[in-house]
Write a protein that binds this ligand. Sequence first.
Ligand code: HPA
Length: 258
Amino acid sequence: MAELAIIGGTGLTTLKNLEIRKREVMRTPYGEPSGPLVHGRLCDKDVVFLPRHGHGHTIPPHMVNFRANIWALKETGVDRVIAVAAVGGIEPGLKPPMLAIPDQIIDYTWSRKHTYFESNLSQVTHIDFTHPYSESLRRLLIDAAEKLGIAFVDHGTYGATQGPRLETAAEIDRLERDGCTMVGMTGMPEAALARELALDYACCAVVANRAAGRGEDDGEISLEAIDANLSQGMETVRHLLETAIPALDSLTNDCNSL
Ligand code: HPA
């Protein structure tokens, strides 16, 4: 059974050093995941990889079948998920291609299938989501980042927007007033669905750009620059994962104690 699932975001559709053992096509009660689960060995551990936007990067953020993805990972037997996601930096210190390990979320998405608890319920079900990310998985990532000496931020509030368009400058002003320090399109409902299935879940955010209105050039966002920043940032993510994974043995699960 795999010890860890990694969900790859934009710019991370493969894990270079993953020794692939098999590809598993999964069907779930919620439809098909973004693609076959890729099982393999990374740093002597069994790992399962799923690119959120599909293996050919064709599924836009608002069309990702988050329920099927998280269900498939649970079904395959993992209890921990590290989700890699591109973000725009709102807080002044968050510049590309830095990494950030957020500790909070504000959800601005709409009309996404965001829960497993909607029908055939014996009673209405709620989950605690005060701390949306697993603290032990966050710590694993933070320790690895410190060990590598890379530029990163160990906290932050992830504002999840609907996409696929980027935000207006006024929307980013609003997110900043709300307390968001970074903005991305895929952090929700993924994190909440993972909690509903009692999976430990943490996000490794890669700053692809300064958020709208926050950068140079009148604050407009260059899509070419995003691509360049992401390929640099994702290389750092690969190193981070390969530093973090060997330390998995020493980890306790947060969700198992819920
Ligand atoms: N906004 C939303 N999502 C993003 C951004 C952004 O600026 N950059 C990368 N993903």
